[in-house]
Write a protein that binds this ligand. Structure first.
Ligand SMILES: CC(=O)SCCNC(=O)CCNC(=O)[C@H](O)C(C)(C)COP(=O)(O)OP(=O)(O)OC[C@H]1O[C@@H](n2cnc3c(N)ncnc32)[C@H](O)[C@@H]1OP(=O)(O)O
Ligand SMILES: O=C([O-])CC(=O)C(=O)O
Length: 377
């Protein structure tokens, strides 16, 4: 009997120098450096460049990359008008997928798949994704988009464009750490999708659009919003244990827990939990955090024997929510960070490209013949 790797579990299809995950011990490194060290010391800009170049940047390389991002933040005014005309009430991930596709139409290099063009487009995609998301957020609420500012960090500028007011340094740094934690994660579904698209020698915008579509689903990036829906449904911490136990008894999945690779705590969820706890304590907004604490305990008690623990999507939403961001924007924010990982992984794969084309075991009919429609039962 042929073995089928359902969900491609454990299938090795390429080599990478970017990200390493040890799922049994809950270890994640980028360029060999633990995620906790990136979160503590680095920035979204630095980790993005480090992954694009495959090495820690020097101060001047980072300054040049940062300047390049800042200079590329604005998107064409015509595109903002198109975004304004999107129907109201749509999911922002739909809008983002469409807006990134629109963005390609204004990029003269969009069809150029050379290494140099891919790199230049990566910078523009990383810089402009945040402008698009903020513009979608504002226009969906009937407000004017806020133009980007070149004197703010990537994280600070996004919060500024979202709210129209400058965030505090602490808010910017907290958001920056959340971005760092989401930049890359090996061959997750959206990165794999981006690579599959790129492997046909399609263009960089098509890889980003495909990846956004893959990230959107609730089994992947969409889980952060689904966690918040669950918290809203639970309402108060005293209802959490019964709610989760009933869900598990009914064999339903709890959002924000479980992972294909981690069979222990996702290290990113530990960093986010500590920040969520800090913010909850400091600002007295402990409501969501308290519910999550009960869910985590209930899930770990019941499912740790199966290797099910909180993943990155479990606590991220409380952090965003404490920053005043609506839950529909949690997954777009994931894309805002992951665009760097998509670009870096695609560019790495493209240096030694081979068309991705797996196979399936055929289990359908054999020796059949066409039956005229009027003769079918
Ligand atoms: C950024 C990210 O993408 S992180 C992941 C975000 N996704 C979520 O949080 C959604 C909830 N989690 C899940 O659906 C899963 O854990 C996945 C899809 C992430 C990974 O799961 P897979 O490796 O495909 O495992 P699969 O879905 O086959 O589940 C294996 C077993 O664990 C159980 N299980 C897995 N996740 C969960 C969960 N969240 N809640 C309850 N049980 C779960 C399954 O019911 C199954 O049990 P069984 O063997 O008794 O039938
Ligand atoms: O690796 C995965 O399958 C999902 C994940 O945690 C991520 O993409 O960050």
């Amino acid at each position: 009997m042929t073995n089928i790797a359902k969900g491609l579990e454990g299938v090795l299809f390429t080599e990478t120098k970017l990200t390493f995950i040890n799922g049994t011990e809950g270890i994640l490194t980028h360029l060999g450096i633990p995620i906790q060290e990136w979160a503590e010391n680095s920035t979204f800009e630095e980790l993005s460049l480090a992954l694009l170049d495959g090495k820690l940047p020097t101060a001047s390389e980072l300054a040049a990359f940062d300047a390049d991002l800042r200079a590329n933040r604005a998107v064409p005014a015509e595109l903002l008008d198109i975004i304004k005309a999107y129907p109201k009430g749509i999911h922002p991930m739909q809008a983002l997928r469409t807006a990134v596709s629109h963005l390609a139409l204004y990029d003269k290099q969009a069809e150029d798949t050379s290494d140099t063009a891919r790199r230049a487009i990566s910078v523009r995609l990383i810089a402009q994704m945040s402008t698009l998301i903020a513009a979608i957020n504002r226009t969906q609420q009937g407000e004017e988009p806020v133009a980007p500012r070149a004197d703010l960090t990537h994280a600070g500028n996004f919060l500024y464009m979202l709210k129209g007011t400058e965030p505090t340094p602490e808010q910017s740094r907290l958001f920056d750490i959340a971005l760092v934690l989401h930049v890359d994660h090996g061959m997750n579904a959206s990165t794999f999708t981006a690579i599959a698209t790129a492997s046909t020698l399609s263009d960089q915008y098509s890889t980003a659009v495909s990846a956004i579509g893959a990230l959107k689903g609730p089994l992947h990036g969409g889980a952060n919003e689904a966690v918040m829906d669950m918290l809203d449904e639970i309402g108060t911490p005293d209802r959490a244990a019964d709610f989760i136990n009933a869900k598990l008894d009914a064999k339903e999945k709890v959002m924000g827990v479980g992972h294909r690779v981690y069979k222990y705590f996702d290290p990113r969820s530990r960093v986010l939990r500590d920040y969520a706890a800090h913010v909850a304590e400091k600002e007295g907004k402990s409501h969501y955090y308290q519910i999550l604490e009960v869910i985590e305990k209930t899930v770990v008690d019941r499912l740790s024997s199966k290797g099910i623990y909180p993943n990155v999507d479990f606590y991220s939403g409380t952090v965003y929510s404490d920053l005043g961001i609506q839950k529909e924007y949690f997954t777009p924010i994931f894309a805002l960070a992951r665009i760097s990982g998509w670009c870096a992984s695609v560019n790495e794969y493209e240096r030694d490209n081979r068309l991705l084309r797996p196979d399936a075991v055929y289990s359908g009919a054999e020796g059949a013949h066409y039956i005229q429609i009027q003769d079918r039962k």
